[in-house]
Design a binder for this molecule. Structure first.
Ligand SMILES: Cc1cc2nc3c(=O)[nH]c(=O)nc-3n(C[C@H](O)[C@H](O)[C@H](O)COP(=O)(O)OP(=O)(O)OC[C@H]3O[C@@H](n4cnc5c(N)ncnc54)[C@H](O)[C@@H]3O)c2cc1C
Length: 462
C-alpha cells in the first residue's frame, strides 16, 4: 500500500484553503470506517486503514476544487455518504482524502413522479422533504430505501447499495428505470461535470465511487401510501415463507416490506421479541392501512396470526420523529437484523442469498433441517422482472472461513446463489458484474487512478 508523502498533502491543503477539512485522529478514524466489521474476514483487513484528510464540501464547486486538487497533487480520494456500507466500500485503502458528501444535501427539484437531489441528502430527510411539499400535486416518496434510511445518502445508496424497504413492489437500484439521471464530477486537473441519463447511469451505478463523484441524482418517486405495520406469527418458517411469497405475488395488496424470520431470531430483536409467541416464525410487513384486513386474511390461509399492529400515523411518527417505544419496523429488517443480532452475539455474521425460483421453500426447509443453529434464516421478498424474488440475509454463527465456504457450497448445491459480503473488491461482489461501461468510464473520469483505489482488481481497472 503506497503511503502518500507529506508534501503533496500540504500542497493540497493550501489549495483547499476555505473548504472545511478535518485531520484530527477522531474524525479521521470515524470517517475512514463503515460497517465492514459485520464481517469477521473484513474486520482485520480494514480496521487500521485511515484517510489523512477529510474534506467536507458544501457545493458542487467545492467538490470540483477538491477533485482538481487531488488530481493535481496525485492524492487518492474516496467519496463518502453516510458511511453505512457493509463491505468497506468507503474505506480509504490508500489513505489520502475522504470526501464527505453529506454537506451536499439539498432538494434540487421535485415534480409529480420524480425528484432531483444533491448526492449527500439522507434518505429519511428526502422523504420528509417530499412530505412537506403541498405545492406538488399528490404526496410522493422514494420508491425504496435501505433499512439505513436515517443515515444513508442517496448518492451512497446508488454507488454502494442494492435494495430495501419498498423493493417488494419496486425492484432494486440496478433495475432499468430505478435511477433517471446522475451528475458526476471527474477527478482531473480540470474536472468535468457530466450528466448521465437513461441507460448511461449504469456507468457509475454501484461502482463504489471508483469512476466519478456523484453530485446530483434524479430518481423516480412512488405515490405515497399510509404505511401501517404488522408482525404476523406462523407455526413454521416454511409457512411464513409461503405467506411471504404469496403476499409478494398479491398485486391487489399494496405493501412496502415483507421480511420473513426464523423464530430463533426474535430474541435478538429486543423490543419486538415480546410480540412473537415463543417458537413461532414471523413476518414483518408494511401494508397500506386500508388493506390490513386483506393481509390478515392472506396470513390466516397460511396459518398465520397477526401479533402486532401499528397504524400508519404511529408508524410514520416512529420513522420521522423517533416517536413511540418501538423503532420503525424496517429497522429490524434487511441488514438491521444482523446489526441487532451482532450486538447480542458478536460471533454472528451473515450471507446474502438468492433462493432458486420455484424452489424457494424447498431450500428454506432443507437449510433449516440441515444447519440447525448455525444458520438462522432471514428472507426478504422482492419483486423483480415480473416475478417474486426471494432473497435473504441469513445470520451465520461464524466458525471459520472454511466452514462458511462449505455452507455457501451447500446453498449453491440447492440452487441458491450467494453474493459474497466478505470482500471489499467490487469485482467479487457476487452477482454484481463490473461490465464494460464502468471500466471505460473510469479510464476517462479518473485518468490518474485516484478514485477509491484498491476496490477494483488491477485487470478491471486497467
Ligand atoms: C444496519 C445496516 C442495514 C443495511 N441495510 C441495507 C439495505 O436494506 N439495503 C441496502 O442496499 N444496503 C443496506 N445496507 C448497506 C448501506 O446502508 C446502504 O447500501 C446505503 O445505501 C449506503 O449509503 P451511504 O450513504 O451510507 O454510503 P457509503 O457507505 O458512505 O458509501 C457507499 C459507497 O458509495 C461510495 N459513495 C458514497 N457517496 C458517493 C458519491 N456521492 N459519489 C460517488 N461515490 C459515492 C462510497 O465511496 C462507497 O464506495 C445496510 C447497512 C447497515 C449497516
Amino acid at each position: 500500500v503506497a503511503a502518500v508523502s507529506a508534501p503533496p498533502l500540504d500542497a493540497l491543503r493550501a489549495d483547499l484553503a476555505d473548504i472545511a477539512v478535518a485531520d484530527d485522529p477522531g474524525t479521521l478514524r470515524q470517517k475512514s470506517r463503515d460497517f465492514f466489521w459485520f464481517s469477521p474476514i473484513l474486520k482485520p483487513q480494514l480496521e487500521d486503514k485511515r484517510a489523512e484528510l477529510v474534506a467536507m464540501p458544501r457545493t458542487r464547486d467545492e467538490v470540483i476544487r477538491v477533485a482538481a486538487a487531488c488530481a493535481r497533487h496525485r492524492v487518492p480520494v474516496t467519496a463518502r455518504g453516510g458511511g453505512t456500507g457493509n463491505y468497506g466500500q468507503a474505506v480509504p485503502l490508500e489513505g489520502g482524502v475522504v470526501l464527505d458528501m453529506s454537506g451536499l444535501d439539498r432538494l434540487v427539484a421535485v415534480a409529480p413522479g420524480a425528484a432531483r437531489f444533491e448526492a449527500g441528502a439522507r434518505l429519511l430527510d428526502i422523504d420528509r422533504a417530499l412530505r412537506d411539499r403541498p405545492d406538488v400535486p399528490g404526496r410522493w416518496e422514494l420508491r425504496f430505501h435501505p433499512s439505513t434510511r436515517k443515515q444513508a445518502t442517496i448518492g451512497g445508496f446508488i454507488a454502494g447499495g442494492a435494495a430495501g424497504c419498498g423493493s417488494c413492489t419496486w425492484g432494486q437500484i440496478s433495475d432499468a428505470g430505478a435511477v433517471l439521471a446522475l451528475e458526476v464530477v471527474t477527478v482531473e486537473e480540470t474536472p468535468r461535470v457530466i450528466e448521465l441519463a437513461g441507460d448511461d447511469v449504469r456507468k457509475v451505478l454501484h461502482a463504489y465511487g471508483v469512476n466519478g463523484i456523484i453530485t446530483e441524482v434524479d430518481v423516480p418517486l412512488a405515490p405515497w401510501q399510509p404505511w401501517a405495520e404488522r408482525v404476523v406469527a406462523f407455526p413454521t418458517l416454511a409457512d411464513a415463507a409461503r405467506f411471504g411469497y404469496a403476499l409478494g405475488a398479491s398485486e391487489g395488496i399494496a405493501k412496502k416490506e415483507i421480511g420473513i424470520f426464523d423464530g430463533r431470531i426474535a430474541p435478538f430483536l429486543k423490543r419486538l421479541a415480546p410480540m412473537v409467541p415463543a417458537g413461532n416464525a414471523f413476518a414483518i410487513v408494511m401494508v397500506a392501512e386500508p388493506q390490513g384486513p386483506a393481509l390478515a386474511d392472506l396470513a390466516s390461509t397460511h396459518g398465520g396470526t397477526v401479533a402486532y399492529v401499528r397504524g400508519w400515523q404511529e408508524a410514520e411518527a416512529a420513522a420521522f420523529e423517533g416517536a413511540g417505544d418501538m423503532p420503525p419496523l424496517y429497522e429490524y429488517c434487511w441488514n438491521h437484523t444482523t446489526l441487532h443480532a451482532l450486538r447480542i452475539e458478536p460471533d454472528i455474521t451473515y450471507l446474502q442469498v438468492r433462493f432458486p425460483a420455484g424452489n424457494e421453500v424447498a431450500l428454506v426447509e432443507a437449510l433449516e433441517a440441515e444447519l440447525g443453529d448455525e444458520l438462522l434464516l432471514h428472507l426478504e421478498v422482492q419483486r423483480r422482472f415480473g416475478r417474486v424474488f426471494v432473497s435473504g440475509l441469513p445470520l451465520l454463527r461464524f466458525r471459520s472461513a472454511e466452514r462458511m465456504a462449505e455452507i455457501v457450497a451447500r446453498i449453491e448445491a440447492g440452487g441458491g446463489a450467494v453474493s459474497n459480503p466478505h470482500s471489499y473488491v467490487l469485482d467479487d461482489a457476487g452477482w454484481k458484474r463490473t461490465d464494460a461501461p464502468q471500466a471505460a468510464f473510469k479510464a476517462m473520469a479518473d485518468p490518474h487512478g485516484l478514485m477509491n483505489p484498491g476496490k477494483l482488481k488491477a485487470a478491471t481497472a486497467a
